[in-house]
Design a protein around this ligand. Structure first.
Ligand SMILES: [Zn+2]
Length: 54
């Protein structure tokens, strides 16, 4: 199932692919913060949203 990870603050799509990827790996790619709104990315349910891509 495709994976989609978006910033809860601004809706920026941090990751979208067919392969599942570890959240902390995605976080590393962005230096731990959202490139769009600058919010610190902590991969807790309050800060990001992981859902099946459409
Ligand atoms: Zn953001």
């Amino acid at each position: 199932m495709p994976q989609k990870v978006v910033c809860r603050e601004c809706g920026f799509v941090l990751y979208e692919d067919l392969d599942l990827k570890a959240p902390d790996e995605i976080m590393q790619q962005y230096d731990g913060k959202c490139p769009s709104c600058g919010k610190k990315l902590t991969f807790t349910p309050e800060n990001i949203e992981v859902k099946p891509a459409e």
